[in-house]
Design a protein around this ligand. Structure first.
Ligand code: PEP
Length: 263
């Protein structure tokens, strides 16, 4: 099963970067690039995930772009609604600020902030109930890959959320396959290896949801202009979650063009 007709997504994950002035400069440069060298909205979804503190500022700056660029939250609270939860930002608060997209389960959250499968399920459930689209990140460690467990680990991470995603809510899910050993390391999965895993993910999804054929599966892990064209050519790679290279407007724009050009 493959899904070449899915409109690709290119989403920049800025992580805990950059300072305010550099963020404004980056958005300004990106908007100019989009104006001078368009990435057509019909051919590619675009999104940027800044730090929580900057979500509404970046959203305001992106509202003046020549085409839609979504503002994406990097995380959300496991607690829904409002209340006495110091430091937390709920799905409802994101939605109230017109933030419609959120990353859940990034490997840095899983590893460094103890986001366990049960916590991630609460986050996914809250986000979907509030009407957000979830970019759900999955991926294996180097040790898991070397011991032949990569596929099993990734499919289990997808099965984990099946308990909290209703039949129709799968339309609000985007999967991002990010092998941990490729994140921020400069090492990218070969297009063949990435395609193989993406096809397995789609096959796994087909056991769970009728929307498997239309569900976008993004690749993440050292995506850059130099490898974007080859990755974009793979039938089951429906876009990219871009870390480091999204902090450079020209690189991020070139990656977006690579994926838009496959349409
Ligand atoms: C990420 O953190 O989501 C990521 C893919 O980072 P990088 O592109 O820097 O590997």
């Amino acid at each position: 099963m493959s899904a070449t007709t899915i409109k690709p997504w290119v989403v920049g994950n800025w992580k805990m970067n950059p300072i305010h002035a550099d963020a404004q400069q980056l958005i300004s440069e990106f908007k100019t690039l989009l104006q001078d060298s368009p990435v057509e909205a019909e051919k590619c979804h675009l999104g940027i995930a800044p730090v929580t503190l900057a979500l509404t500022q970046i959203q305001a700056a992106l509202s003046e772009a020549v085409r839609p660029v979504y503002t994406v939250a990097q995380d959300l609270s496991r607690i829904a609604g409002l209340g006495a939860y110091t430091g937390e930002v709920s799905a409802e608060l994101l939605k109230d600020s017109q933030i419609d997209y959120v990353l859940v389960g990034h490997s840095e959250r899983r590893e460094l902030f103890a986001d366990t499968p049960s916590i991630l399920n609460e986050k996914v459930k809250n986000a979907l109930q509030a009407g957000l689209t979830v970019i759900y990140c999955v991926g294996e460690s180097l040790q898991q890959r070397e011991s032949g467990q990569a596929e099993q680990v990734v499919l289990q991470q997808i099965c984990d959320i099946a308990a909290v995603v209703d039949a129709e809510q799968w339309q609000q899910i985007v999967i991002a396959y990010e092998p941990i050993w490729a994140i921020g390391t400069g090492k990218t999965a070969s297009p063949e290896d990435a395609q193989t895993m993406h096809a397995k993910i789609r096959e796994g999804l087909s056991q769970i949801t009728a929307y498997a054929v239309t569900l976008p599966i993004l690749y993440g892990g050292s995506v850059k202009p130099e490898n974007a064209v080859e990755l974009a050519a793979c039938p089951d790679i429906n876009g990219a979650l871009v870390g480091g290279a999204s902090l450079n407007a020209a690189s991020f724009h070139q990656i977006a063009q690579a994926f838009a050009n496959t349409q």
